[in-house]
Design a protein around this ligand. Structure first.
Ligand SMILES: [Zn+2]
Length: 341
């Protein structure tokens, strides 16, 4: 219902629900909240990054960290979930701040902000991609498509047409739509499509500032109390893989992570949130204690530890119509009243 309301009315409804307390965090003391971030970038880099839906600026992230620190009991996902499952119900509900994809900006920009507020985060890394400092396919495609839209619109149109993707009003939305369509291809088709689009754009156009975290950065983060978990080896969509490839992504990533970090790895995060019964079984059998999906919403007691849902945090959906970051908007999004996408 709220989705259909005009933005002004939606802002007012958000404020009202907050004022009467319905969406206030402390109303959900029995719930486990997990929020998702990907990129935390300085303004200049944010402007160069093509997938706006998975990026926030350092200033925006600081606002979110401040909000979370005042309204929630923030802990790593492994710790928060363990405490929550053991029945602990602090006055301010549990919240875990998670980061997917292992990008360098996490160590450079997110960690210092978290630590300023005394918070600890959970970082999910694709192990082999990190080892090779590889660009993940969605970033490769994002950079290539954005470059084509700037320099060679007819080549861009051809790439869009191949996946049946529309050319939308703004290029950011067009790139996003193309990446969404590419998720529906088989791994082989997707690799070929990304290669071709990248070739058309004149090669890998990832800027020099972009890249994966290093093992050194991750070890330093673990030493300071942050959590590092597995986000597979290569960020393949796991239900598409055969058993051997699935075991490699799930079990081997845990083995390598534990060896490189010198500490236990308890949690897994399904790439793109994609999991089926066979994937869940593989994760359980590999020795993980719990796993994160991208299913939307807070978790009620009794939720399967291998299907923990999260709330994706974006600056655009946390602002009022006037563009101000709003506590009542974020509270609404984290509450069960938020319509599920
Ligand atoms: Zn991911």
């Amino acid at each position: 219902m709220l989705k259909l309301l005009r933005p002004t009315v939606r802002d007012l409804a958000g404020d009202l629900l907050y004022a009467i307390g319905l969406t206030r965090p402390d109303r959900g003391a029995r719930r486990l909240n997990v929020v998702t971030f990907h990129r935390v970038l300085p303004q200049a880099q944010l402007r160069e990054y093509p997938l706006a839906a998975i990026a926030v600026s350092v200033e925006e992230f600081t606002w979110f960290a401040d909000y979370f620190s005042r309204h929630f009991t923030v802990d790593t996902f492994a710790n928060a979930a363990r405490r929550w499952e053991a029945g602990e119900r602090p006055e301010r509900p549990f919240l875990a701040i998670t980061f997917d994809d292992g990008q360098r900006d996490n160590a450079l920009h997110a960690v210092p902000v978290l630590e300023r507020f005394g918070l600890r985060g959970s970082f999910y890394v694709p192990v082999k991609a990190l080892d090779d400092n590889e660009t993940l396919w969605h970033d490769r495609l994002g950079y290539a498509a954005a470059a084509l839209l700037r320099t060679d619109r007819s080549a861009a149109s051809r790439a869009l047409a191949r996946l049946g993707a529309p050319e939308l009003a703004d290029d950011v939305a067009t790139v996003q739509e193309l990446v969404e369509r590419a998720k529906r291809l088989t791994p082989e088709e997707r690799d070929a499509f990304v290669d071709e689009t990248e070739r058309a754009a004149g090669g890998n156009s990832r800027p020099a500032w972009d890249g994966m975290m290093t093992w050194e950065q991750l070890r330093a983060m673990v030493a300071r109390g942050h959590e590092v978990g597995s986000h597979s080896m290569t960020h393949q969509l796991l239900p598409q893989l055969d058993d051997a490839a699935l075991a490699y992504e799930v079990a081997e990533s845990r083995r390598v992570l534990e060896a490189r970090l010198g500490s236990k790895v308890e949690t897994f995060c399904y790439p793109n949130g994609d999991a089926d019964a066979r994937v869940v079984r593989a994760v359980r059998e590999a020795g993980y204690a719990r796993a994160l999906s991208t299913r939307w919403g807070p978790n009620d007691p009794g939720t399967s530890p291998f299907d923990i849902s999260r709330c994706d945090i974006q600056a655009s959906t946390s602002r009022t119509r006037k563009g101000v970051l709003s506590e009542s908007r974020v509270a609404l999004r984290l509450s069960p009243l938020q319509p599920r996408p």
